[in-house]
Design a protein around this ligand. Structure first.
Ligand SMILES: [Zn+2]
Length: 626
């Protein structure tokens, strides 16, 4: 209907050694994007439905032949049909255990000529377990443009629906589609009564595009005995003049964001002010807790941690933009950081795990919300960065030893075997694949590869950039934070790809002490090694110390780089210990299997160590004096 060609091809195979599997080729990239979250421009997939995952497992994802011939491909978002700019939504929560009602005016701009059918995604995160997708899905019952009812189609198992315009729209046309939907889409926690959450926080309302941004005005109708927490600023909370048992609560998010959510419960609100050290106007911090009769939660501890973490990252990574910052209790074993609101289990114990967890979730305000990832391949920019932000905060909040332990644990997990459906698999997680494969690292044979690599290796890769952009002789790391702030500044309220980040980081690196020392103009070499390749080198330094004529000594040695091939290049920190806390710092580099070096020193060091602070990711790093 939109005149797109060629069309979609789908085939299913069965009866061979591999059992039943599917093949899809979609030149408009919509099926891979909407139903598989594979949106780096891939057009074809080979996949198999896997019972134990309640989902399809992707075996292969590939581009079109012409893309391979041109050796370049566009991100899938170029195929978006519309750009949704604003949601004006009324959300009916008056019978939460039966239904979620949604009336929405969705404002959008058409992106190309001849558009007659607009597909939306919704409920795509519901799986096949208990037939959730089929039975609990939000179903569209009405769609209207300018007073004209529209035809629409939603299949029984579809993770979305399509509406059909009465006439073909042109690029730049602004249209508002009024929609009504409902479904059994709220879940009540098994542990805490009277709290309801969307079955999927990210797919309860119609969306178009992967992380397209919009502003939101949300009006909730709900029982007066509960409260609603949502993204954005609460602008009113009043009794419904027509029904005394109902409260109407309104939230507004005036910044364009990718994902919005809410929670309903007997919340008890705890607030304090966030006063920025950098002088901006204070904003309100709110924690939607539960009354003590349900659960004892140390709200003051949680408020203090939220306040500390948001101020810390505001200073490090650039201004926190939203009008409020809040967290809302949810009784599940994970956190989710939505713009201006975290969904959090009660994490009120004074431990390094709590500090790392809360700061990871708060850091998503920058990594994920202020700057979103462009495709699944770029998700390490969100999870890896949030994880490393958690290390930085934990080091400050607890002590550097706690941060060091976290880094050592992350390095250790690189060599751990992957988890499979049947227990532990063979080999090492790090060899499963490079960071740029994103969630495709996870499969039934490598269940934990996404979380370990994208979160932990992602964090360790950012840590290497922390070193490369610092002054290695003083460990002054202003250069690193200047780069991170610049990255946030350039991509504020936008999506960024790995390439976008590589370019920003490379520009700063060219001016850094290490970039200048080695005459390097960019970080292309670094990204091709650590993001696009999956090698895990080991470093060993052997050295001698000889007296020099006329005083001083010369430290001579070789850096051996194993398991990295001929062309792998890496600067490494070197620390000279002169005793009595007197140290000097410098760098050596490895290029290929062995690289000699020679360094003059004014006096003889007691010891020389290679990267004692574990800046550079390796399987093993050691030194020995000959
Ligand atoms: Zn995260």
């Amino acid at each position: 209907m939109n005149g797109e060609s060629p069309g979609v091809f789908i085939a299913e195979f069965d009866g061979g050694k591999r059992g039943r599997f599917g093949f899809v080729f979609d030149p408009q990239t919509r099926v891979p994007t909407d139903q598989f979250s594979i949106n780096g421009g891939e057009k074809g997939l080979i996949y198999k439905y896997t019972n134990s995952l309640y989902d399809n497992e992707v075996w292969l994802a590939f581009y079109g032949l012409e893309d391979y011939e041109k050796n370049i491909v566009s991100y899938s978002d170029v195929n978006d049909v519309v750009d949704i700019t604003h949601y004006e939504a009324e959300i009916d929560l008056t019978s939460p255990s039966k239904r979620l009602g949604l009336k929405a005016d969705i404002e959008m701009i058409v992106r190309s000529d001849g558009i007659a059918a607009i597909p939306f995604i919704i409920g795509e995160s519901l799986g096949t377990r208990d037939d959730d997708r089929k039975n609990k899905q939000m179903r569209i019952s009405r769609a209207v443009v300018d007073g004209v009812p529209l035809a629409f189609a939603q299949e029984e198992w579809e993770g979305g629906f399509t509406v059909f315009l009465p006439a073909k729209a042109k690029a730049g046309d602004k249209i508002t589609v009024e929609m009504e939907l409902e479904g059994d889409f709220l879940r009540q926690s098994q542990f805490v009564n009277h709290c309801h959450y969307p079955r999927s926080n990210t797919s309860w309302y119609p969306r178009h595009g992967y992380l397209d941004r919009s502003t939101y005005a949300l009006t909730f109708n709900h029982s007066k005995s509960r409260k609603v927490a949502a993204v954005g600023l609460r602008t009113s909370e009043e009794r419904d003049p027509e029904d005394d048992s109902v409260t109407i609560t309104k939230y507004e998010m005036r910044h364009p964001i990718s994902l919005a959510t809410f929670a309903l419960g007997p919340f008890e609100r705890h607030t304090e002010q966030i006063k920025w050290d950098t002088g901006e106007d204070p904003i309100t911090l709110e924690f939607n807790s539960l009354p003590g009769a349900y659960l004892a939660i140390k709200e003051s501890f949680i408020l203090a941690e939220l306040n500390n973490t948001v101020r810390y990252f505001h200073a490090l990574f650039g201004a926190y933009p939203y009008d409020t910052f809040s967290a809302t209790f949810h009784p599940y074993g994970f956190g989710q950081g939505f713009p201006s609101m975290l969904m959090m289990p009660p994490t009120d114990r004074d431990s390094k795990y709590t500090f790392a967890f809360v700061s990871h979730e708060t850091a998503h305000q920058w990594w994920g919300n202020i700057v979103a990832w462009r495709s699944y391949r770029d998700q390490w920019l969100s999870e890896g960065f949030a994880e490393y932000s958690g290390v930085l905060y934990t080091g400050l909040r607890r002590d550097q030893g706690a941060a060091k332990n976290m880094i050592e644990a992350m390095r250790g997990s690189m060599s751990a075997p992957p988890r499979t459906e049947l227990g532990l698999g063979k080999g090492r997680l790090t060899d499963v694949g490079p960071l740029i494969l994103g969630h495709r690292l996870a499969s039934s044979e490598t269940l934990d590869a996404y979380s370990v690599l994208v979160y932990e290796k992602g964090a360790l890769v950012l840590r290497m950039l922390h070193f490369l952009l610092s002054d290695p002789s003083t460990l002054d790391d202003k250069g690193f934070y200047d780069m991170m702030k610049d990255f946030v500044g350039r991509y504020r309220n936008k999506v960024a790809s790995t390439d976008d980040f590589r370019i920003v980081a490379g520009e700063h690196f060219a001016k850094s002490p290490i970039g200048r020392k080695f005459g390097l103009q960019n970080l292309d070499w670094f990204f091709s090694q650590w993001v696009y390749d999956s090698k895990l080198p080991s470093y060993k330094m052997e050295y001698t110390i000889e007296d020099r004529q006329g005083g001083g000594v010369v430290v001579k040695g070789t850096v051996f780089q194993e398991d990295a091939g001929e062309k792998w290049f890496m600067p490494l920190p070197l620390v000279f210990d002169f005793g009595g806390k007197q140290v000097a710092r410098g760098t050596v580099h490895a290029y290929g299997p062995s690289t000699p070096f020679s360094i003059d020193l004014p006096m003889k060091p007691k010891g020389v160590s290679l990267d004692p602070d574990k800046w550079i990711l390796s399987d093993k790093t050691s030194e020995s004096k000959k």
